[in-house]
Design a protein around this ligand. Structure first.
Ligand code: SAH
Ligand code: F3S
Length: 442
């Protein structure tokens, strides 16, 4: 019987992508098959997130639970990767001797050899380095399941926003060569993929690293990917409002394959807080950017991330954020209570907003964001949109799920599974908080 692999993934899409790649890699190297039952696993991997403290606490709880599995199955090996491993590798080895291998986001390609070492030794195999040679050179190409696929275009971040741990855990920015990305996208399209999401922590810093085209950025990459036969939709995430240049705005006019949706995290609507966060732009500059985007692509949907209760955030600062949300009108967005993180510069600022105030502000903001997203859905009711059928509805297997051209999830009744991966026209009939209900037209 083949060996079984169980992977648990916390955090962002980058981690999801890395976990998928590790799965492919371990399948090739050791014939591992993925299981959803941790009890029958021969290797368990935890791909961790350290963006907020809560995520980090979960790691040790989880490892405690898995310790018991090892008592039942002494051959079981446990590995920890991702951003907590990158920052706390030695600490994990000390506190949790049941862990056999530890690796960082930049060393996932070495997991098969770390596993080999761990099989033969009692000590923990650790590699959380940031090797200069890119991990992508060692990763197998994605098998491409379903109509949509992520393609990682860059790693790391150099922005050093004052609250953010990412530059410390994922290292400095490294872009993949354009021709490698285009090749991966072409391979995926041959496997039936029609939608490509270009992925990175800070994709608008993307620069092709090949000498011939050195320095060409994200807009050029989008143009190249749009010429691939079969790729009918392109999106990217995540971009920073700083460095969202005119070329990237123009591309919304030029490339119809680019979806009418952009995740553009603003974090706060207050200039004072934006400065303390080292976001490198003002509230006014953000509004100007959005105006330009809406000129280039009328009706484009926007979403954002927000941090509430950053050190020194006054009621007035918070009201500025609420006001910004009213002015922009966001689609489904994410909001979090500020969490001080190791090695960041904001960690030295006094975390002086009381927790009750943070919670109250968060709940007011989330209410507003929910209403804002719902009003976008309501405006769509009655319209017919071109939607990509992505699969069977998660909640109701009798129904299908699709995504409209502005990324909204649409649920509709249908029993023709050959439509999965195809584009259909759907008339929107009802708006819900997180999705719309629609009826397929011709
Ligand atoms: N470049 C990535 C950033 C990843 S972090 C992106 O823009 O998506 C994702 C979100 O987590 C950030 O946008 C921010 O809103 C939130 N976040 C990051 N550090 C945080 C912290 N210390 N406390 C609370 N939220 C944080
Ligand atoms: Fe983090 Fe800011 Fe980069 S939020 S990932 S340091 S752009």
């Amino acid at each position: 019987m083949g060996k079984k692999l169980f992977i648990k993934t916390q955090g962002c899409q980058m981690n999801e992508y890395d976990s998928d790649r590790m799965q492919d890699l371990l399948n090739l190297s050791h014939g591992f098959e993925t299981t959803t039952n941790e009890e029958e696993a021969d290797l368990i991997l935890l791909n961790t997130c350290s963006i907020r403290e809560k995520a980090q606490e979960k790691v040790f709880h989880q490892l405690g639970r898995w310790k018991k599995l090892k008592e039942k199955n002494p051959n079981l090996k446990i590995g920890v990767g991702g951003c907590v491993a990158s920052q706390e590798g030695e600490e994990i080895a000390k506190r949790s001797p049941q862990v056999d291998l530890i690796f960082g986001p930049q060393t996932i390609h070495r997991v098969p050899s770390l596993y080999e070492n761990a099989k033969n030794k009692d000590t923990t195999a650790i590699d959380t380095s940031f090797p200069k040679t890119e991990k992508f050179e060692y990763l197998p190409s994605s098998p491409g399941q379903g109509p949509s696929a992520f393609v990682s275009i860059m790693e790391g971040c150099n922005k050093y926003c004052s609250f953010c741990v990412v530059p410390h855990t994922r290292g400095n920015e490294i872009s993949r060569p354009l021709e490698d990305i285009v090749k991966e996208a072409k391979d995926l399209s041959l496997k039936g993929v029609v939608e490509i999401s270009l992925l990175g922590q800070n994709v608008n810093s993307y620069r092709d690293s090949k000498v011939r085209t050195k320095g060409l950025g994200l807009s050029n990459l989008i143009r190249e990917v749009s010429t691939i036969d079969g790729i009918e939709r392109i999106s990217f995430t995540t971009s920073h409002p700083f460095e969202f240049g005119q070329d990237l705005i123009n591309i919304y006019e030029e490339i119809p394959e680019l979806i009418s949706y952009v995740h553009l995290p603003v974090q706060s609507g207050s200039d004072e807080i934006l400065k303390l966060m080292r976001r490198r732009h003002t509230r006014e500059e953000y509004f100007e950017l959005i105006d330009k985007l809406r000129d280039a692509r009328p009706g484009i949907s926007l979403s954002s991330d927000f941090i509430i209760g950053f050190p020194g955030e006054t009621d007035k600062n918070f009201q500025d954020t609420m006001d910004l949300v009213d002015k922009v009108g966001y689609d489904e967005s994410f909001s979090f209570i500020y969490s001080p993180r190791p090695n960041t510069t904001a960690k030295d600022l006094e975390d002086n907003v009381p927790m009750e105030v943070k919670k109250e502000r968060l709940s007011l903001l989330q209410q507003k964001l929910e209403n804002s997203a719902l009003s976008i859905s309501r405006k769509m009711v009655g319209e017919t949109r071109k939607c990509l059928v992505t699969g069977v509805s998660k909640k109701n297997p009798g129904e299908f799920q699709a995504r409209a051209d502005n990324n909204k999830v649409v649920i509709f009744s249908c029993n023709d599974s050959s439509l999965i991966g195809k584009f259909v026209n759907i008339e929107m009939v009802e708006a819900k908080t997180k999705s719309l209900r629609g009826v397929m037209t011709a």
